[in-house]
Design a protein around this ligand. Structure first.
Ligand code: GUN
Length: 285
């Protein structure tokens, strides 16, 4: 079985980004800058944000953290976003999700300049993706595509099954696979006979939010499986796929940890650098 090693692909992607950031610095006399917005105290988010900031530093990118707590209002969050939108030093903005439930994801994305949307979650960017002319691609699906490319797993004409239909993973994942000429089946929580569909997948991307739910009976033996789940069970990080059950029963599998998560961070930095270059070239601000 091919162990789809997100750490290794992310390492190579970040090495390439470090070279590109150095060229950016030479040319524009400053590093690309990412604004990282944390709302509330979600402990998992704290860890993800630390990873994002550490990786930004590794590639020579500047990151700045802004923190609002649950007592702050939506208006305060929107006005922070508006300030970052018009700050010429800031190239990319990331608002870590989930936020406390009194805050609206829709409102914060609407407030964001779509040319600074490092996550690719703004409706304009999702629309461009749907139209087949993406500006920034949501980081996790983009990371899965990068892993497919790295391991030369062919996509064209293959059956790809995506489990999950969120705006940040499932839907854009299905779109990117379709754009790469896969025949895509998009399953979700209301799908009946899920296994009947997942067993058809040459490529299966699992983002169902169900800890270790998928055992080997969900996949055919020549499937490449990408686990997008992220859970903490008994203090241990684990995914949606039962790794032990599937190990050596499928053609390839990305583990949790050490799989897709590493790629999400690398692609966030790639999006930020691409947006910085776009802003410099188009003198938007
Ligand atoms: N929460 C879970 N995944 C993500 C992501 O890719 N970006 C942001 N901003 N929040 C997340």
């Amino acid at each position: 079985m091919l162990l789809i090693d997100g750490r290794e692909v992310a390492k190579q992607t970040k090495a390439e980004l470090a070279r590109e950031c150095a060229r950016f610095k030479d040319k524009y006399r400053r590093a690309p800058q990412l604004a990282v917005v944390q709302v509330g105290e979600d402990p998992a988010s704290q860890i993800y944000l630390k990873n994002k900031e550490k990786s930004a530093a590794e590639v020579g990118m500047q990151s700045l953290r802004f923190h609002l707590d649950k007592e702050n209002s939506q208006e305060e969050l929107d006005s922070l976003i508006t300030r970052l939108n018009t700050d010429a030093e800031i190239n990319g903005i990331l608002v870590q999700l989930p936020m406390p439930k009194q805050f609206s994801v829709e409102a914060v994305l609407n407030a964001m300049n779509p040319f600074k949307d490092s996550d690719g979650f703004h409706p304009e960017n999702l629309g461009l993706l749907l139209s087949g002319r993406p500006r920034v691609k949501p980081c996790t699906p983009f990371g899965v595509m990068k892993m497919l490319e790295h391991y030369k797993i062919s996509v064209s004409g293959k059956t790809a099954v995506v489990v999950g239909r969120s705006n940040i993973v499932g839907k854009p994942m299905a779109q990117l696979l379709m754009a790469a000429d896969a025949t895509v089946i998009n399953c979700h929580s209301k799908t009946k006979d899920l296994k009947e569909f997942t067993r058809q997948g040459d490529i299966v991307v699992v983002a169902a939010g169900r800890p270790e739910f998928f055992d080997s009976s969900y996949f055919k033996s020549d499937a490449f499986v990408f686990d997008v789940g992220m859970h903490h069970v008994n203090g241990k990080a684990t995914g949606d796929v039962n790794f032990k059950s599937c190990e050596d029963k499928v053609a390839g599998l990305s583990p949790v940890p050490g799989g897709v998560g590493q790629m999400t961070v690398a692609m966030l930095l790639k999006n930020t650098l691409d947006l910085a270059l776009y802003q410099e070239n188009h003198r938007l601000l």
